[in-house]
Design a protein around this ligand. Structure first.
Ligand SMILES: Cc1cc2nc3c(=O)[nH]c(=O)nc-3n(C[C@H](O)[C@H](O)[C@H](O)COP(=O)(O)OP(=O)(O)OC[C@H]3O[C@@H](n4cnc5c(N)ncnc54)[C@H](O)[C@@H]3O)c2cc1C
Length: 284
């Protein structure tokens, strides 16, 4: 199948891109890595009047350490994030998640901005950003917003982006001493979207989990924080009994969907398996 005909623009500046976004309104669509949008066009699941290709916009692919935290530009490719020493040092959770995103060929083109704008509920990066309490930076004509990530993801493929806005970066806040991270997921085949994934970010002191931040993907419309399991782990040494108790607490935290890939019961089971694995790796 071929896409419905569309106009194609390749702006050279953010201002030009934003002007095009304004001109086309809901009929315009940003093209970043194209790994999700192009198949959707070819299958005619999307039929925008115009594509606004942002790949030539200068300065959007950087990864830098700024006073507000680690700033990862919207056009940073998954591959670049995976290889970045800054990400490995200042947001190791994101570095650990990257190899799980599709296949290498997809990661050479797919972008950070495209992944957060798409808001696939099974995607790894959104769960990491939620566990890290990160910020999504968006720019519109004459406006810039820093949106707390918990507010950004609103539902399946639905975000807080307003018409005409472009995601320009995500910001991972600085990590304090004692914080340790582990991303882990289960998928039927490597490269598939996760059946269930867990982004775990915990502050550990002398083998005791002082604070726990657990964000699951693949179990709801958005990344899901497991607040009861977090509370169960916090302030305790995670021996087998405590981990089992936290696993049981997940039953109240998660209400996963069933589909052709996995039933709700299987997803609940997998979430408990991932929790036990992540905690063991975080405290050892
Ligand atoms: C076989 C296969 C397996 C995959 N597996 C995974 C996986 O396991 N995990 C995962 O997370 N992803 C997976 N993906 C998706 C892939 O990671 C995509 O690259 C990503 O979801 C979208 O990024 P993109 O840069 O390609 O965006 P595009 O496809 O270019 O755009 C996606 C959407 O976001 C919008 N958009 C893009 N950039 C911006 C921006 N800066 N501001 C505002 N809107 C924007 C576009 O208009 C479009 O609606 C897979 C894809 C394929 C084909």
């Amino acid at each position: 199948m071929k896409p419905v005909p569309f106009a194609y623009h390749r702006p050279a500046s953010l201002d030009e891109a934003l002007a095009l976004m304004e001109r086309y309104g809901a009929d315009g669509r940003v093209l970043a890595g194209g790994q999700s949008l192009v198949p959707a066009l070819n299958m005619r699941l999307a039929a925008p009047a115009a594509l606004i290709d942002i790949n030539r916009l200068p300065g959007l692919d950087g990864i830098s350490l700024e006073p507000e935290g680690l700033v990862i530009g919207a056009l940073a490719r998954h591959e670049a994030v995976e290889a970045s020493p800054l990400v490995a040092r200042h947001a190791p959770l994101i570095a650990q998640a990257m190899p799980h995103v599709g296949h290498r060929a997809i990661r050479t083109r797919g972008t950070v901005g495209g992944t957060v704008a798409l808001a696939d509920p099974a995607a790894e990066l959104p769960a990491c950003l939620v566990a890290l309490d990160a910020i999504v930076r968006v720019t519109g004509r004459g406006s810039r917003r820093d949106i707390p990530v918990q507010r950004f993801f609103r539902g399946i493929y639905t975000t807080d982006l307003a018409p005409g806005e472009i995601v320009t970066a995500v910001v991972a806040l600085p990590i304090g001493p004692g914080w340790r991270s582990r991303f882990t997921e289960l998928a039927r085949r490597h490269g598939d979207y996760a059946l269930v994934g867990l982004a775990a970010h915990c502050r550990v002191e002398g083998g005791v989990i002082r604070e726990a931040r657990l964000a699951f993907c693949g179990v709801g419309a958005t990344p899901v924080r497991a607040s009861r399991a977090e509370a169960t782990l916090s302030g305790r040494r995670p021996d087998a009994d405590v981990v089992a108790e936290a696993g049981r607490a997940l039953d109240a935290d998660l209400d996963p969907p069933g589909d052709v890939h996995a039933s709700p019961a299987l997803r609940r089971h997998l979430a408990r398996v991932l929790l036990a694995r992540a905690v063991a790796q975080i405290v050892t």
